[in-house]
Design a protein around this ligand. Structure first.
Ligand code: HEC
Ligand code: HEC
Ligand code: HEC
Length: 86
C-alpha cells in the first residue's frame, strides 16, 4: 500500500506482472508468477537509500514518461531498522 500510494509501479518490483498468472481460454499462454528481483533486505534498502526514480518506474510499466517525471528527484524512504521490522 505504501509503495502503490507513493507511485512505485508494480513492474519496478515484479517485472511484467500484468502478463503473469494469466489462465484464459488459451492455457498455452499461461505464465506462472515469477520472482523478478531478489526481494532481500539489500534490495529494499538500496531503493530506499538511492530513491525511486519515477521515470524508470514508468518506463518499466510501459507508461508515458512525462517531463515532470524526468526531472523529479528520486523519492527516498526511511531505512532505520524499525520501519520494516518494528
Ligand atoms: C516495493 C515493491 C513492490 C511493489 C511496488 C509491488 N509489490 Fe507485489 N510484492 C512485493 C513483495 C516483497 C511481495 C511478497 C513476495 C513474497 O512473499 O515472496 C509481493 C507479492 C505480490 C504478489 C504475490 C505473488 C505470489 O506468488 O504469491 C503479487 C501477485 C503481487 N505482489 C502483485 C503486485 C501488483 C499487481 C502490484 C502493483 C499494484 C505490486 N505487486 C506492487 C513487492 C512489491
Ligand atoms: C523500487 C523502490 C523501492 C523498493 C524496491 C522498496 N521500497 Fe519501500 N518505499 C519506497 C518508496 C518510494 C516509499 C515511499 C516513501 C514515501 O512515502 O515518501 C517506500 C516506503 C516504504 C515503507 C513505509 C515507510 C514509512 O516511512 O512509513 C515501508 C515499511 C517500506 N517501504 C518497506 C519496504 C520493504 C520491506 C521492501 C522490500 C521487500 C521495500 N520497501 C522495497 C520505495 C521502494
Ligand atoms: C526497507 C526495509 C528494511 C529495513 C530498513 C531493514 N530491514 Fe532487515 N530485512 C528486511 C527484509 C525484507 C528481510 C528479509 C529478507 C529475506 O528473507 O531475504 C530482512 C531480514 C533481516 C534479518 C534476517 C532475519 C532472518 O531471519 O534471517 C535481520 C537480522 C535483519 N533484517 C536486521 C535488520 C537490521 C539490524 C536493520 C537496521 C540496520 C534492518 N534489518 C533494516 C527489510 C528491512
Amino acid at each position: 500500500m505504501r509503495h502503490v500510494n507513493a507511485g512505485v509501479t508494480c513492474q519496478s518490483c515484479h517485472g511484467q506482472i500484468q502478463a503473469q498468472g494469466i489462465d484464459g481460454a488459451d492455457a498455452a499462454s499461461y505464465k506462472p508468477v515469477e520472482q523478478y528481483t531478489s526481494l532481500n533486505m539489500g534490495w529494499c534498502i538500496n531503493c530506499h537509500v538511492n530513491g525511486y526514480k519515477p521515470a524508470e518506474g514508468a518506463k518499466l510499466a510501459g507508461l508515458t514518461v512525462t517531463p515532470e517525471m524526468e526531472k523529479a528527484e528520486p523519492r527516498k524512504a526511511r531505512y532505520d531498522c524499525a520501519v520494516c521490522h518494528y
